[in-house]
Write a protein that binds this ligand. Structure first.
Ligand SMILES: Nc1ncnc2c1ncn2[C@@H]1O[C@H](COP(=O)(O)OP(=O)(O)OP(=O)(O)O)[C@@H](O)[C@H]1O
Length: 267
């Protein structure tokens, strides 16, 4: 459903130009959950911005359902890390979720769509609360509900859980997998956390340093039922996270002597 073909993005021109992306090619199938990991500053956010049509590639293209993306396409929604900046503090939770739907959906469908998505993220009883009355994790659930209410075919998530504590992060990972299944939505998920990428995904796209290309695409054969404790305890999980960690460390000579098993790996 999404094809990234020889995608290149440069910022600026001349000697100061930054080549962020250099000929990225990969595809995302309908209903897949694909994570993107790569070294810091390699261009993950740039890639998501190109996928969402917010910026144009310097060369190459992104194709969604056969059409080249030339601006924000219908059927695509984004969730960012900074949920506090994406929610309107003066609007109640349900009004925040309804806001982007107004004018895009028949009026009588807005209320049911808002309620369905808030229930899907476990916030059915907080519809009339204000965002500032909710915890950080709950606010990020509102941001997820707002993206889902729109009924997107594809959801782009940029380090969505980077600002919450570990327990909340684990809950949000499971919730995202649940709504992925329930809504049948395709997800492209950028994260710095190798364990998270392996835990949530069907495939992990590992990027190189700038100028960035695809280092390897790793299939995550851990089955569809995953559990924060049991799955992470398996040998398959350990093997996959070590493989992704080694790929990333092979890009960074300073880290080649560190054991990938030493700690939860962030890149
Ligand atoms: N608007 C811009 N103008 C100029 N350079 C930019 C712009 N946006 C990003 N860059 C540069 O492009 C490179 C890739 O940035 P980007 O934010 O996409 O990387 P990232 O992998 O998402 O970073 P991080 O790991 O910190 O989240 C960086 O060197 C960044 O400084």
């Amino acid at each position: 459903m999404l094809e990234v073909q020889s995608l290149t993005k440069n910022y600026g021109r001349g000697p100061d130009a930054i080549q962020a992306l250099n000929g990225l090619t990969f595809s995302v199938n309908h209903g897949e959950f694909v994570s993107i990991v790569g070294p810091s500053g390699c261009g993950k956010t740039t890639l998501l911005k190109c996928l969402s049509g917010l910026i144009s590639p310097s060369s190459g293209k992104v194709i969604m359902n056969g059409d080249v993306i030339q601006g924000p396409p219908a059927g695509m929604a984004l969730v960012f890390q900074e949920y506090t900046r994406s929610l309107m503090p003066w609007l109640r939770v349900d009004d925040n979720v309804a806001l982007p739907l107004r004018g895009k959906m028949p009026k009588e469908q807005v209320g049911p769509a808002v309620e369905k998505s808030l229930r899907a993220v476990g916030l059915g009883s907080f519809m009339r609360s204000y965002p500032w009355e909710l915890s950080g994790g709950m606010q990020q659930r509102v941001a997820l509900a707002r993206a889902l209410a729109y009924g997107p075919e594809i959801l782009l998530m940029d380090e969505p859980f980077a600002s919450v504590d570990a327990q909340t992060r684990a809950e949000l990972e499971d919730l995202t997998r649940e709504v992925h299944r329930e809504y049948g939505v395709t997800i492209v998920f950028v994260t710095h956390d190798i364990d998270e990428a392996v835990y949530v995904s069907d495939r992990v796209v590992v990027l190189t340093n700038r100028p960035t290309s695809v280092r390897e695409i790793v299939g995550i054969d851990l089955g569809s039922e995953r559990d924060q404790v049991d799955t992470r305890e398996t040998g398959d999980f350990a093997h996959l996270r070590a493989h992704v960690a080694r790929l990333l460390m092979s890009l960074d000579p300073a880290k080649t002597h560190t054991s990938p098993e030493a700690s939860r790996s962030e890149v």
